[in-house]
Design a protein around this ligand. Structure first.
Ligand code: GCO
Length: 469
């Protein structure tokens, strides 16, 4: 196995040659003809291909007796979400899940990554259960099994019940304990059929993005709340793993999101290192090694909850696999010199996606190698999310090219010895992209948000040809 010593200090890459702008990039391609350049046999036979979604983004939170969650109130507060859009209707997957699972099966995937809404199952976050909610997930899992799709379950993908938000949400340690209760109730019902499970989707988003940057619910910008959330979300991960093991569940993992931290200039190496520490190292090192990176802890320690170190053994329980959610990287500089966490982003280099996210498949390969190294090469890895938002409608040649490049990067990581076992495309269909509402379309399948009609895009057909080849 190739070992790379990242030494966790990013290096500055001068802008020798700007990658080509998206338009030029697209002109070069006739991706449909190039279909043959990649094929299913490039990956091991038992390699898992899947698509991913999350509950609040697709189900229609207004359906089926779900309780209010913090995304409902955050999105109804002006300035937080474009056009005050929310997930009340979303893709109406709650009603159309059979049709949606048909689409996953027909594209040729063998797995489907979904999440369970806490507020749908426990409208108050604890105690009384909404039977219709539990029944929904029971049917959903049955329908996956009926289509030979492995159910890949994420317990929590961000819709915190409002009753728990009222008590301080992730800044309150109690929320971690309550999540473990929810995990237990859910696993009692669907644990016998799920193929793999992870407690939390993207702890960085739950903590830093939502409590320090304020971009996601609850929209806080408070270092103390953020620090507590940084720890409690990991504690929740550990408590849920513990609860599930106690119930006999197997194949339990952790899903992290990663972003390449590039120094904007030669003077920005420290800023990039700090960004990398908060974003990439904090969560991964806590789970892999049971410790927080010292440079980041130095900034956060004054705000850490009492006796936090006692929780590290719960957090670092062994996992059976690690999920990598990867989309992009940033070019960073220091905002106010010397202030912890004050890091500014410089413009991305083209090509970029509709999110203005720089496209670079090499960084995916780098993270796959890095995660492998962090876990001492001992844990299977899955790409649990990767994909792009595009404005190109159903003729999404850009998405085909994006996926092709990233599949190749994944293949290359396997060649270098990474035990990569699967790849989930984000996302099955266009959906609610959080504070960016319904404009940012990540789907392999187009959704008309008026009629709810689903139309497979060119990328869907490309993937189908690849997987059935
Ligand atoms: C995330 C989430 C998804 C997003 C996707 C595109 O990474 O933010 O897992 O809910 O929709 O990543 O931003």
């Amino acid at each position: 196995m190739l070992l790379i010593d990242y030494n966790l200090a990013p290096t500055f890459e001068p802008q020798q040659e700007l990658r080509k702008g998206t338009e030029f990039w697209l002109h070069k391609l006739d991706t449909r003809e190039e279909n043959t350049s990649m094929n299913r046999r490039d990956f091991p036979e038992d390699f898992v291909f899947g698509t991913a979604t999350s509950s609040y983004q697709i189900e229609g939170h207004g359906l089926g007796g779900a309780g209010p969650c913090h995304w409902d109130s955050f999105s109804s507060t002006p300035g937080n979400v474009v056009r005050l859009e929310n997930g009340a209707r979303a893709c109406e997957h709650y009603l159309r899940y059979r049709e949606d699972l048909d689409l996953v099966a027909e594209v040729g995937c063998s797995a489907y990554r979904f999440s369970t809404s806490w507020a749908r199952v426990m409208p108050e976050g604890k105690g009384k259960v909404n039977t219709a909610g539990l029944d929904f997930y029971d049917r959903l899992v049955d329908e996956m099994c009926a289509r030979n799709l492995q159910p890949w379950w994420t317990l929590y993908h961000w819709e915190l019940p409002s009753a728990l938000a009222d008590n301080g949400g992730w800044a309150n340690r109690d929320t971690a304990l309550r999540l473990a209760d929810f995990a237990h109730v859910m696993a009692d019902r669907i644990g016998d059929r799920v193929h793999a499970a992870a407690p939390i989707n993207e702890p960085w988003c739950v903590a830093w993005l939502s409590h320090y940057l304020g971009h996601h619910a609850p929209g806080l910008k408070d270092i103390r709340m953020a620090t507590r959330a940084m720890h409690h979300v990991l504690l929740a991960h550990g408590l849920v793993i513990e609860a599930w093991r106690g119930q006999g569940l197997e194949n339990l993992g952790a899903v992290f999101n990663f972003e390449k931290a590039n120094p904007g200039t030669n003077d920005d190496v420290e800023a990039a290192k700090e960004y990398d520490g908060i974003y990439n190292r904090w969560f991964m090192e806590a789970v892999a090694k049971g410790q927080y990176p010292a440079d980041i802890l130095a900034g956060l320690e004054p705000h850490m909850p009492n006796n936090w170190a006692d929780d590290m053994s719960i957090i670092a329980q062994p996992v059976d696999w690690v999920g990598v959610n990867y989309y992009t990287g940033k070019r960073l500089t220091r905002g106010v010199s010397g202030t912890f966490g004050d890091i500014a982003e410089l413009p991305p280099h083209p090509p970029v996606t509709a999110m203005e996210w720089e496209i670079c498949a090499d960084w995916l390969e780098e993270f796959l190698l890095r995660v492998d190294l962090a876990f001492d090469g001992s844990v299977p890895i899955y790409v649990t999310e990767n994909g792009m938002a595009s404005h190109s409608g159903t003729d999404d040649l850009d998405r085909i090219e994006y996926l092709k490049q990233h599949f190749k990067a994944a293949r290359s990581a396997i060649d270098k010895g990474v035990d990569l076992r699967g790849y989930f495309v984000w996302s099955l269909m266009d959906n609610y992209e959080w504070s960016l509402g319904y404009d940012k379309r990540f789907g392999l399948v187009h959704v008309d948000f008026e009629t709810m009609e689903r139309t497979p895009k060119a990328s869907y057909h490309w993937l189908q040809a690849l997987l059935k080849n």
